[in-house]
Structure formats: C-alpha cells, structure tokens
Ligand binder design. Structure first.
Ligand code: PLP
Length: 380
C-alpha cells in the first residue's frame, strides 16, 4: 500500500525503524548463535519432562491464565530477597510486577510516565536499543548522551545539563547494570550520582544480566522510592522462549504498572516455566559460573589480537571494535564473514557484541576470527 493510502496510521510510525530479530528457520538451528545474549544451554531434560507433565495434567487450555501471577510473584520475592542482607530492606510481593518479557515492562513504564506529551526519556548510548524504539513507537522523545569512548561511563555533566533543563522535561532515565552492548556495570560515582537525582525523575535500572555480574542495587530500593529495577528470565534462567520479565519497585509504582498491563499478559505455560526454574535454581544457576569462566577465556584470547579493542565484561557477552578504522563498513564486513561460517553475532553501537556460547561454540568462533577474518579480508 502506498503511504498516502495509510493516512490513518500515525506518520511517525511509518518511518520507525523497528528492532529486527534474527529469523529462526530450521537450518538456523545449525548456526552458532551468539547474537542475543541468551544462555547457550537449553533447560535440563528432567525439567522439560516436568513441564510437559504440567501441560498434560494441570493446564486447562480453555481457561485464562492466573492474571494475578500469584505464585510466580511469591517465588520472585523470595529469590530477590536472597540478595538482600539487610532485613529491613527486604521487598514484598506488592513490589513486583511481571511482564511478557522485560520489554513489556519497559513499554508500561513509558506509558505510565511520558505518554501524551507528559515527558521524555534519557539514555546513554550505546545501550539497549528497545528503550528508544519503544519510546518512538509511543511518540515519546528520547534524549541521548554519548558514553565515554574508553570506559563507556556516563558523561555526568552533560547528563545533568539535560536533566535540569526544564524544556527537556526528562521523566525517566534508563540505566543498564551491566550495560548492553558494552558489558560494564555502573561505577561507584554513577551510583552516587543516581542517589542524588531529584525524586521527580524515575530511575530505571535494568539488571537483565544480574546473575552474571552478581551486582544489584535492589537493597537500595527502600531508600529511593523513585527507582525501579528490571530483571528477566531470558538470560541466566534460560527461558528466552517463554518471555518473562519482572519489575521491582515501590508498591505505588507497581500498582500503576499493574493497571496498565493487559489482564492476561503472561501465558499459563510461561508462568509455570518460570516458577519451575525458580524452584530449581540450584540446578539452573551453577551454569552461570561456567559461562563466566568461559567469558574470561574468550576475553583473554581476543585481547591477544592487536587488531581488536576488547572491553572488560561483567556479563555473558563481550564487546569489541577494530582498533584501526572502526567503521560501520568494516564491522559489518566481519559480521558478514562470520555469517558465511554460520556464526551470528550482533553489530551494534558502533562495534560488535558477541555472546558467550558453549565451549565448542566459543572455540569455533575464536578459530574463525583468527583464521579467516582479522587481518586477512578487512581493509585497513
Ligand atoms: C538490557 C536488556 N534489557 C532487557 C532485555 C529484554 O529482555 P526480555 O527478554 O525480558 O524482554 C534485554 C535483552 O536482550 C537486554 O539486553
């Protein structure tokens, strides 16, 4: 249809560049997929069998899911509280909202804060692209600050200028801890700065990779009622296929997110799967340690290559750029070369992000990078 015939569609959406996930076909499964920061491990078959039994014996497919997420929220509360050692700072059930992936929660946050010209958001690039894409889809303005090119820390002076400029009307700041794609955690200075932000700004701290970094700000929530923490089951818990994320915040913020979400946003099967992984976290989570050891090994191999600038990582992925001529074109060329060898990585934020896979996958990646790509086919 021509654009003129689509006059009933908002004009800004016709030009919106959406997030394009890699399509998954049958032969895609034979690829080495290192592009989405998922866990390389499927659920253990003992848990899959349990899930299959649940499906057969317990799920009434003719009934709507539990729209209160009662059991899941209780289990999440228990899990989150394990990382809080100050008794008074423990969170409770009413401080959790569950979403169809944390993506859904990001959208709810935007609706709750900035829709109808009520405000704009602030991000520091490079960062997770969905904040800006979702904001655009709702007609919300995103202000961006460029991160320091070496450490990827925030330029706090420039950020303050934006925040305290009333014309900009910044209502939400999205921080990622550790950031994607650059894999760095917030610094002590940045955390201190967050603590001093005005309370009329919502601070979203996205801890999608918490299980890998083991760094969380959750115990700070009682001191900062304008903070909200996002987590997901898509990474360390191996449930990307089930789309489950959660928000932790003051119960008044959570009440609003609960009003906005669709009543049955999370299918019964996804609720059961996330309950099961939480109940069996002692089986699922030890693999995180192995992945972090692998990450260190891959990092040590990559830093040996003089053509690459590789950053330290607190997550299950590594960010790198070419030292000389780090152009879009050259990075794209590397990605294409890897694709020919059936390895998929992500070209984002002016560099390459590589998720940590199994030992076999990582060895294959390192071999191909060493042999085929770097220094041979890239024009410097
Ligand atoms: C920082 C960050 N936040 C959120 C998400 C989305 O998570 P979910 O699968 O729960 O929507 C991702 C996914 O890659 C991410 O990197």
């Amino acid at each position: 249809m021509t654009e003129s015939k689509l006059s009933f569609i908002r004009e800004d959406l016709l030009n919106l560049l959406a997030y394009i996930p890699t399509p998954i076909s049958e032969n895609q499964k034979q690829l080495t997929r290192l592009d989405a920061n998922e866990s390389p491990y499927n659920l253990p078959s003992e848990l899959k069998v349990k899930l299959a039994l649940f499906y057969e014996q317990e799920i009434e497919t003719n009934r709507y899911p539990d729209g209160s997420h009662f059991k899941l929220k209780n289990l999440i509360t228990e899990y989150v509280n394990e990382s809080i050692n100050i008794a008074n700072n423990r969170i409770n059930y009413s401080q959790i909202s569950v979403g169809n992936g944390s993506d859904e929660l990001i959208r709810s946050i935007l609706i709750a804060t900035c829709l109808n010209n009520q405000g704009s958001i602030l991000v520091a690039n490079p960062t997770f692209s969905m904040y800006e894409i979702l904001a655009q889809s709702l007609g919300i303005i995103t202000h961006t600050i460029n991160r320091n090119e070496n450490s990827f820390s925030w330029a706090l002076d420039a950020t303050n200028k934006l925040i305290y400029d009333s014309n900009k009307n910044v209502k939400v700041i999205f921080m990622v801890h550790p950031n994607s794609p650059t894999a760095n955690c917030l610094t002590a200075t940045e955390i201190e700065w967050l603590k001093n932000l005005p309370s009329n700004i919502l601070v979203v701290i996205d801890e999608a990779y918490y299980e890998f970094s083991q760094q969380t700000l959750v115990s700070e929530l009682p001191n900062h009622p304008n903070w909200l923490i996002l987590r997901t089951f898509s990474k360390a818990f191996r449930l990307a296929a089930h789309r489950v994320g959660y928000a932790i915040a003051h119960e008044d913020i959570i009440k609003v997110l609960e009003k906005i979400r669709l009543p049955y946003n999370l299918p019964t099967f996804s609720q059961l799967a996330s309950e099961l992984v939480l109940e069996n976290r002692e089986i699922i989570l030890p693999a995180v340690k192995e992945l972090m050891i692998e990450k260190e090994r891959v990092y040590q191999e990559l830093v040996k290559n003089p053509l690459l600038k590789v950053w330290h990582s607190d997550a299950n992925f590594i960010y790198l750029r070419l030292r000389k001529n780090p152009s879009q074109e050259n990075h794209h060329a590397i990605m294409k070369q890897l694709k020919q060898e059936k390895i998929i990585i992500r070209h984002t934020g002016g560099g390459l992000r590589i998720s940590i896979g199994t030992i076999t996958e990582n060895n294959y990646l390192l071999e191909i990078l060493r042999k085929e790509i770097i220094g041979v086919r890239i024009k410097m």
